[in-house]
Design a protein around this ligand. Structure first.
Ligand code: XMP
Length: 511
């Protein structure tokens, strides 16, 4: 395994993803990880990420130089390269000008990340730095150059310590994945055994041993994460897992039947479907504030789930959750937690209240990897590639009060959006695509009649992690079909508009 030490770069997670694509397991830890923990971790190689600081400034993040004495290969990327230069006795200075964007790399020595990776030259790479290496540490030589960086990459092949000024983890560096693979498979000597097939087998075997004979519950939402969690556990402990699916009244059209049909009838899960729609909708009556909607739905969910869990025969010891690796990194990362803009609910608060231990089988996985496990387990593509759907469901896509008639309207419009997006194969290309019901009526004309009806907005966005997003440039023909179908087929809607805002400053959801 490989250890990635984070200095606060926006792209640290991409480093880890590229390493894992080379089928090598790796974890991200803050650069402040204590040296004894680093040693105990036993990585075959260490990668130092980029970061926004300048290493000669007071208080700049650093790493214990003891890492260079562990005898394992080290690769510094951007700030990581500068900090290792600084620590090993070289000199880093402010560059005459910032270098940002694409550059052409000429490789001078096939070592470290450039070993036998057969790259085209000059190789397009992505630069983003203000500082540069003025003097390399002793024992280092230049491995590659660009027009503006006489030391675009350097290394001490003897000690197997390398630095690259550009970002191999981003897609703009064409051969970047090959470079990282060359480092982890070549110098570090890792075996390429991190596959989702192996992961699924190992996790199921581990659960059989650890959880055998004990009772586990999980909340199934129909999303890919909770579906994968439920299937992994089902394969390990069968009927000792109880999955609970709560119909909160703000789900999409046909969702309850789809989930029940698949998990109960096809996969044979021990599944409890709770119809709590009336309870949720009663409590949402008259509520228009988005955070209040979220709070009510979150609390009611816990209450309903709790009551169901209490009915299960035999004592339940575990609650299974679909926490993914990015959530784990968020909570330990060097940057500190980012500000909460909207409160997002999972099954928060439940474990302490019910004195349950947590099982989080996806804690080590990125979303792509979770999807891959889903495929390994035989989940259909409709679930594996499903777009994210918020816990508070359609309630935060109906501006103003959530009523049954408004839900029915939005459900119909939403079903058309899903259907058309899937039919055009854009569904998996965009991040999310959905309809929003606007609290505004506008005038229209149908036949000879004047109408005064609802407006539906289309929200279709591209994103990689939901932190930022841009509106998708959907072909006009598809927009035309969506508009015409919604207006013709959904009663009470006479106008469709397109949301062309990016995040920030807007958000993906309207509430
Ligand atoms: P925003 O609207 O903040 O959304 O740009 C970012 C991502 O989070 C989803 N989202 C939620 N998910 N509970 C959830 O489980 C929520 O309250 C919630 N609000 C937003 C949203 O769909 C998008 O993927």
């Amino acid at each position: 395994k490989i250890l990635v030490l984070d200095f606060g770069s926006q792209t640290t997670q991409l480093i880890a993803r590229r390493v894992r694509e080379a089928r090598v397991y790796c974890e991200i830890h803050p650069c402040t990880m204590p040296p004894d923990e680093i040693k105990a971790y036993g990585a075959r190689g260490i990668i130092l990420s980029g970061g926004p600081a300048s290493c000669y400034e007071p208080g700049a993040p650093s790493v214990d130089p003891a890492i260079f004495e562990l005898g394992v290969p080290v690769l510094g990327i951007c700030y990581g390269m500068q900090i290792l230069t600084h620590l090993l006795g070289g000199k880093v200075a402010r560059g005459a000008k910032r270098e940002y964007g694409p550059a052409k790399l000429n490789i001078q020595r096939q070592a470290g990340p450039f070993r036998e990776c057969g790259l085209d030259e000059p190789q397009p790479v992505w630069m983003s730095h203000g500082d540069r290496i003025e003097k390399m540490p002793q024992g280092f030589e230049t491995l590659a150059v660009t027009a503006n960086s006489p030391v675009a990459a350097m290394g001490d092949p003897e000690r197997r310590i390398y630095g690259v000024q550009f970002h191999p983890e981003v897609a703009h560096t064409h051969g970047g994945a090959a470079m990282l693979a060359a480092f982890v498979l070549g110098d570090c000597g890792c075996d390429p055994i991190w596959t989702m097939h192996n992961f699924a087998e190992a996790t199921i075997a581990d659960f059989k041993e650890r959880l055998g004979g004990q009772k586990v519950i999980c909340a199934l939402s129909g999303g890919v994460d909770s579906s994968v969690v439920a299937l992994l556990l089902h394969k390990a402990i069968g009927k000792d897992l109880t999955s609970i699916f709560v119909d909160n009244g703000v789900l999409r059209a046909g969702e309850v039947a789809e989930v029940a049909g698949l998990f109960r009838d096809v996969f044979g899960l021990n599944l409890v479907v709770v119809d709590a729609a009336d309870l949720f909708l009663d409590r949402l009556k008259g509520i228009t504030d988005p955070e209040e909607k979220r709070r009510i739905i979150g609390h009611t969910f816990i209450e309903v789930f709790d009551a169901e869990a209490a009915k299960i025969a035999g004592e339940v010891q575990y609650l299974a959750q679909g926490t993914l690796y990015p959530d784990v990194i968020e909570s330990v990362s060097f940057k500190g937690p980012s500000a909460v803009i909207k409160s997002h609910h999972n099954v928060g608060g439940l474990p302490e209240k019910m004195k349950l231990k947590l099982v989080e089988p996806l804690r080590e996985l990125f979303k792509d990897e979770c999807r891959e496990v889903g495929r390994e387990l035989g989940l259909p593509e409709t679930i594996v590639s499903r777009q994210p759907f918020p816990g508070p469901g359609l309630a935060i896509r109906i501006m103003g009060e959530v009523t049954r008639p408004r839900l029915a309207t939005l459900r119909e419009a939403d079903a058309i959006v899903q259907e058309e997006m899937r039919a055009s194969d854009l569904y998996t290309k965009v991040w999310q695509s959905f309809a929003v019901l606007v609290p505004v009526k506008t005038v229209g004309v149908m036949g000879d009649e004047r109408t005064y009806e609802d407006v539906v907005a289309l929200r279709i966005v591209d994103s990689v992690d939901a932190m930022t997003a841009d509106w998708s440039r959907v072909p006009y023909e598809i927009l035309a079909r969506l508009s015409s179908r919604i207006i013709n087929e959904v009663k009470g809607v006479n106008r469709v508009v397109l949301d062309i805002s990016s995040k920030p400053p807007s958000t993906i959801e309207w509430e």
